[in-house]
Design a protein around this ligand. Structure first.
Ligand SMILES: Cc1cc2nc3c(=O)[nH]c(=O)nc-3n(C[C@H](O)[C@H](O)[C@H](O)COP(=O)(O)O)c2cc1C
Length: 394
């Protein structure tokens, strides 16, 4: 009988040793329909797998016998100090994982001195995140068919003091997350089986009830009909809102309308990165949306060296998709990213244990990154560079 290893699914968050443990805990705590929403990728999930396997192409090449006692993860992003080279990625419908999900994520980010990015599809008003969580807040923007909605959000985010606007460019034609969709008979209406499964999660149901029922897309309630703003099965409803006509012209009006830092999220091609420089972006996020949009897509980490060579000295490069370990983060930074956006890893923490769970996820990721630095013979992330990596021969 071969020895069977299992991830930790038990109680205390401190016993979660890695992100996989938090994932296993999350899977037990939230109903299947919420977990599948968090977890799923588009179609055959080839992009999702590639986001993970792409890291294996590079091996770390350590320098030995370096005194690394004084190492740290501090740095700066857009001229302001950060506690670690990380950001929390924008994720919609966080209220499905924890009723106060947006605030929990933002507070944990503030405690680690890293920015939190609020999704257009958040279940907390963008103004309330400012007053309740504070910290360094970025606003993610989806541009829908009615441009007035985006302009309205941009004005509100600026008035509320958000530091950066992150325009997501890769969801104009919405990805088909089939595992997620199977939980719904029609958009927004769960199957009987999915509904029964929620009854097996009374703690989750009680938390929703205490917070006043099913979460809603609070930022959009004033501009969309009520049927469009339910967070239940939101990912089956929102495809109808997305707009295939978005283009670089939209970035141009945003640049005029937005006083703070402007980033485009969803860039994978060097010529698009050039275009972002030309229209006056301050940064770009290399992303394939965590494998939730185009299937069979390249992993951002694969195209990062080329994009860093083309535009790395002219704007800030941030990378995401598939980062679950300190070794992944170190590879992203060594290949030219200034910081790494974390999507599912902190959501697993949120679903496993609310704000404390997000803190546990960030503690795991920062501790792992710190250890890798030491093992590589580096004292700070500013020392990370391509010679510390070796690409496996094809
Ligand atoms: C549950 C979930 C919801 C997401 N919602 C959004 C969103 O509203 N806006 C957006 O720009 N990206 C969204 N993303 C993509 C993330 O911002 C990020 O690109 C991705 O999660 C990174 O990959 P990772 O999950 O492997 O870390 C979402 C991702 C997940 C997992």
């Amino acid at each position: 009988m071969p020895w069977k290893r299992r991830a930790f699914t038990g109680g205390p968050l401190e016993q979660a040793l890695n992100i996989a443990d938090l994932r296993a805990m999350a899977q037990r705590r939230v109903p299947h329909l919420a977990f599948e929403y968090l977890e799923g990728g588009a179609e055959d999930e080839a992009t999702l797998r590639r986001n993970r396997s792409a890291f294996d192409a590079w091996g770390l090449l350590p320098r030995t016998l370096v005194d690394t006692r004084e190492r740290h993860l501090r740095g700066e992003l857009f001229g302001r100090p950060t506690g670690a080279p990380l950001l929390i990625a924008p994720t919609g419908f966080n209220g499905m994982l924890d009723p106060d999900g947006d605030v929990a994520l933002a507070r944990a980010a503030a405690r680690f001195h890293i920015p939190f990015t609020l999704s257009t599809y958040s279940t907390t008003l963008l103004e309330d995140v400012v007053t309740r969580a504070g910290g360094r807040l970025w606003m993610q923007l989806y541009v829908m068919k009615d441009r007035a909605i985006a302009r309205h959000l941009v004005r509100r985010a600026a008035a509320a003091g958000y530091e950066a606007l992150v325009f997501t460019s890769d969801a104009n034609v919405f990805g088909s997350r089939e595992w997620d969709r199977r939980n719904f008979r029609v958009p927004g209406r769960p199957t009987l089986r999915a509904a029964m499964d929620t009854l097996r999660h009374p703690r989750w149901l009680a938390a929703l009830a205490r917070s006043g029922g099913l979460p809603r897309l609070r930022n959009l309630e004033s501009v969309l009909p009520r049927t469009a703003t339910s967070a239940l099965g939101g990912s089956t409803l929102i495809p109808q809102l997305m707009d295939a006509s978005i283009s670089w012209d939209d970035v141009a009006w945003m640049r005029d309308a937005w006083p703070g830092k402007l980033l485009v999220k969803g860039i994978l091609d060097p010529s698009d990165a050039e275009r972002a420089v030309a229209v006056g972006c301050d940064g770009i996020v290399l992303s394939n949306h965590g494998g939730r949009q185009l299937d069979s897509c390249v992993a951002p980490i694969e195209v990062l060296p080329q994009i860093a060579a083309a535009v790395g000295h002219r704007l800030t490069l941030i990378v995401d998709s598939g980062f679950r370990r300190g070794t992944d983060i170190v590879k992203g930074l060594a290949l030219g990213a200034k910081a790494v956006m974390i999507g599912r890893a902190t959501l697993y923490g949120l679903a496993a244990g609310g704000e404390a769970g997000v803190e546990r996820a960030l503690a795991i990721l920062t501790a792992e990154t710190d250890k890798v630095l030491g093992q590589l013979g580096c004292r700070s992330v500013s020392e990370l560079a391509p010679p510390l990596l070796q690409k496996r021969a094809p």
